[in-house]
Design a protein around this ligand. Structure first.
Ligand code: DSN
Length: 420
């Protein structure tokens, strides 16, 4: 056991210590509904907050540019091997700093500036790095976004095929940040084969569901699979890339030395811990519970008059259009935050409002499932949301809901938070 001989953070920097403590209290006493967030376990946090942050290790295990890698090499190999086993992948690179750098490495590995690419458009629920105009990926490549159908808001595979045939993209991305339905990976593979495109699956949002068998896996179909490690997977803030063997060298070279310098070894260790936790049988139950909770929450919201995009959900995520409630997503999100229900405002497909003040809200169940909440709490959450949105400028309603939220939070301690 190590005994500290140095002063604590609280002694050295009480201001930062206080702010961290306040964040712990906030995370413990509010209901986290942001679909892309989660609670990492204490074990993940310990690995992430370790001395590994001190070490430089440019290169890959056993091929480094610095000495002193006696612990770092096995840590990185454990992270790689655990992810490969968890997802059944031939190759894993755990060095991307997060999801966006992971995606940039894919472009660097396979595309030249000006190449045609395709991805789900941002307003339809895609990600900036899949070729949206304000992102470097939309500036350096010729992006042809596909979308969702106007009537049911499902991805239009006929449009994907037609655009792919017309533009012959180098890569086709599948994956998004606000799509509540199952990705048809086999259909994307078929289209990629027809036009000679590489299929790239970005599973950042659903990685934990894929690992736990609650969403079909693109591994084996996609040429490359990218992800963050901190969403449904419950790891540290980080990124990863999995690939077929034939693409391993190109991916590794693109990440380092193409795009990044030294890997964040503290994050690598925490990814290894998260992959270890996700390999346990109870993680399968967790993944299934995320989806069951999302479906229960969606049903309870629908009963209370919410208009859900696509009419419901197949995964961890719900996107609601608040036009029938006659309130913007931003006003609703801010009122809900005051009531202790934390989510984000979000554009809905074909939104007539601007992205900074859109019509919708996005929410998800990974975090509340990590706290052990179930069907009963989903109904309560839908109820609280309906009450707050109906009376978003009434402090008494907000305070009453906030009190009930805090009582419920006490019964479901947040993993990784050493308080209350
Ligand atoms: N910021 C992530 C999300 O909230 O979905 C995407 O990068």
């Amino acid at each position: 056991m190590t005994t500290w001989k140095e002063p604590s953070l609280e002694t050295v920097d009480p201001e930062i210590a206080r702010l961290i403590h306040e964040e712990e209290l906030r995370e413990a006493r509010t209901i986290r509904l942001i679909a892309s967030e989660n609670y990492a376990s204490r074990a993940v946090l310990e690995a992430s907050g370790s001395c590994l942050t001190n070490k430089y290790s440019e290169g890959y295990p056993h091929k480094r540019y610095y000495e002193g890698q006696q612990s770092i090499d096995p840590i990185e190999e454990l992270a790689q091997n655990r992810l490969k086993a968890l997802f059944g992948s031939e190759h894993a690179n755990v060095q991307p700093y997060s999801g966006s750098p992971a995606n940039l490495a894919v472009y660097l590995a396979f595309c030249k500036p000006g190449d045609p690419i395709m991805g789900l458009g941002l307003p339809a629920g895609g990600h900036l790095t899949h070729g949206w105009g304000v992102s470097i990926t939309g500036m350096f490549f010729k992006s042809h976004a596909y979308g969702v159908r106007k009537d049911d808001h499902m991805i239009d595979m006929d449009q994907v095929r037609a655009l792919a045939k017309e533009h012959r993209p180098r890569v086709i991305w599948c994956g998004g940040t606000a799509y509540a339905r199952t990705w048809d990976f086999p259909a994307f593979r078929e289209i990629c084969n027809e036009v000679g495109a590489l299929m790239i699956a970005d599973i950042a949002h659903i990685a934990g569901l894929v690992a736990g068998g609650a969403h079909p896996s693109p591994v084996g179909l996609a040429d490359v699979v990218t992800s963050t490690t901190h969403k449904t997977l419950r790891g540290p803030r980080g990124g990863m890339i999995m690939a077929k063997k034939e693409h391993a060298a190109a991916i590794d070279k693109a990440v380092f030395p193409g795009l990044q310098g030294g890997p964040h070894n503290h994050t690598t260790a925490a990814i290894a811990v998260a992959a270890h936790e996700a390999g346990k049988p109870e993680f399968k139950q967790y993944a299934k519970a995320i989806v069951d909770n999302a479906k229960a929450l969606a049903a309870a919201m629908t009963e209370r008059g919410f208009k859900l995009i696509t009419g419901g959900t197949d995964n961890h995520l719900i996107l609601a259009d608040l036009t029938p409630q006659n309130v913007s997503g931003k006003i609703a999100a801010k009122a809900l935050d005051r009531a202790g229900l934390v989510l984000n405002y979000n554009s809905v497909p074909f939104d007539t409002r601007k992205p900074f003040d859109p019509s919708g809200i996005r929410l998800g169940t990974p975090s509340i499932t990590s706290r052990g909440m179930g069907r009963e709490e989903m109904v309560k959450i839908a109820d609280w949301m309906a009450r707050v949105i109906a009376k978003h400028d009434d402090p008494a309603t907000i305070d009453a809901v906030r009190g009930e939220v805090e009582e419920t939070c006490k019964k479901f301690p947040a993993p990784g938070i050493p308080v209350v």
